[in-house]
Design a protein around this ligand. Structure first.
Ligand code: GAP
Length: 460
């Protein structure tokens, strides 16, 4: 078992590698940052795009029952009244009596060894008092209050009387409000789903753990509409699909767990929730959620908007409001899980090396091509030729002639490139073969250029 210190060290190493190699930077860094925001650099974007494309392929393109949407972040404030977020989307907040610093009451209680399962705001206030729990600065704490996490914004030029809106806290509502549009334009039969990838915003009291708890995050969500009697079948289907998905992106099965969420801990709209948890370096925490949202959202939008969001079943001639199964995936938590699982240290050639053991599916660079020496034009020319051929086939291919070959391998290992191809003197003077080096084992094989594409395809 890794100690707390080792876990913290691993996290620090991941954050440092992510910055050093251009994956993820602190948001607004040159101004001291902005808590809960991070910017993705070139390799981070490539990794994230691979994840989003794989997700879209599995859950939308490969299916006949899924419809993609891309709804706006800004929505009519009435949406959030109807969804229950205006009144119910909150975290428990407590304030240090002296410093006035704000804390998540549940986090402080957990840190003090209190089991917070099922506790409401009043229970938390009572537990803080009973146990004499202090703030991290050693001061007394205020009563716990419900802090609404939606980020408010103002719309329009009338500054004295602006319209209020919110940056959406979940992408889900963009799909519920488009339910009728999809029914009217595509006439789908139940069961069917809407899928969307997009940003969401939460005014987290305590953003932390790198990209785990953010104020600006990205979600990949599905609202899957079913006949009320069939919800369990679809719930089970997506539960299996979510496990398959974690394999697609290379997460180790033994690091993914299911947690049946107790009724008192479920979101206000859910009758059943399974959290998919992951062993992050800082502990086992929520990666994804699978919820049975019943007809809560469509019913509420029907009541509040006055627009009928029911479905007419041609088979049974019945009209009803469909129920919803919602698999919800955080993109940033996916990236952090992938980085955590891939981060590896070993010894190669008598030296400690660090590498990211990415699945080729998600690796930002699939292949790197090197000329053995930078100052030999024949080598560079041949390497360029091989690079162009591979780039056409595999896309994410990098050409690198900086530093010596050992340094290039180390750099590619650190960004998780599965294969490096080196063009040397044998290539041009002898037999038109190249060296292919495997990231994980460091083994090298000679492969004929004419067979290189097939060789790499077979390895991927
Ligand atoms: N539409 C349902 C919904 O939003 P949620 O459990 O609040 O449910 C879904 O969020 C997923 O979004 C989580 O499982 C997680 O992956 C991601 N997520 C939620 N809050 C986050 C945050 N503050 N930072 C990063 N990811 C977050």
């Amino acid at each position: 078992m890794a100690s707390d210190q080792q876990k913290n060290d691993t996290m620090e190493k991941i954050v440092s590698l992510a910055k050093r190699r251009g994956f993820i930077f602190q948001g607004s860094e040159i101004y001291g940052g902005l808590a809960g925001t991070f910017d993705y650099g070139p390799y981070g974007v490539a990794l994230k795009n691979n994840v989003k494309q794989l997700w879209w392929k599995r859950f939308v393109l490969d299916r006949e029952d899924m419809f993609g949407v891309d709804a706006d972040i800004l929505m009519n404030a009435a949406v959030w009244e109807a969804s229950g977020h205006a009144s119910g989307f909150s975290d428990p907040l407590t304030t240090d009596s002296k410093s006035k610093k704000k804390y998540r009451a549940d986090h402080l209680l957990e840190a003090a060894g209190v089991d917070i399962k099922g506790m409401n705001i009043a229970d938390m206030s009572a537990a803080i008092k009973e146990r004499g729990i202090k703030s991290p600065e050693g001061n007394s704490l205020s009563e716990v209050e419900a802090f609404n996490m939606m980020l408010k914004t103002f719309i329009g030029a009338d500054v004295n009387n602006p319209a209020i809106s919110y940056l959406r806290p979940e992408t889900a509502q963009g799909m519920f409000v488009n339910f009728k549009n999809i029914l009217d334009t595509f006439h789908p039969r139940l069961p069917f789903g809407l899928a969307q990838i997009g940003k969401a915003f939460r005014n987290e009291i305590a953003p932390r753990d790198f990209i785990f708890r953010l104020r600006e995050l990205e979600q990949m969500e599905i609202e899957y509409f079913v006949r009320p009697a069939n919800w369990e079948e679809s719930f089970e289907h997506f539960r299996q699909q979510m496990h398959e998905w974690t394999k697609d992106i290379g997460l180790s099965d033994s690091h993914v767990y299911e947690l049946e969420v107790a009724s008192e801990d479920r979101a206000h709209y859910s009758k059943r929730t399974i959290d998919f948890e992951f062993d992050y370096p800082f502990g086992r925490k929520e990666l994804y959620g699978l919820a049975y949202r019943t007809d809560y959202d469509l019913k509420s939008h029907t009541e509040k908007s006055g627009v009928d969001l029911s479905y007419f079943d041609e088979e049974t001639k019945e009209r009803f409001i469909p129920h919803v199964i919602e698999p919800s995936f955080g993109v940033d938590r996916t990236i952090l899980a992938i980085l955590s699982d891939a981060y590896t240290e070993d010894e190669m050639g008598g030296e400690t090396r660090t590498f990211l053991k990415f699945s080729p599916n998600v690796a930002p660079v699939k292949i790197a091509v090197f000329p053995l020496l930078k100052n030999k034009p024949q080598l560079v020319e041949k390497a360029r030729e091989v690079y162009s051929m591979l780039k056409k086939e595999f896309g994410a291919v990098e050409f690198d002639d900086n530093g010596n070959i050992g340094k290039r391998y180390r750099r590619q290992d650190e960004i998780g490139t599965p294969f490096c191809v080196t063009i040397d003197f044998d290539t041009i003077e002898k037999d038109q073969t190249v060296t292919v080096r495997d990231r994980d084992t460091g083994t090298q094989e000679r492969v004929a250029i004419s067979e290189l594409k097939e060789f790499l395809v077979s390895r991927f």
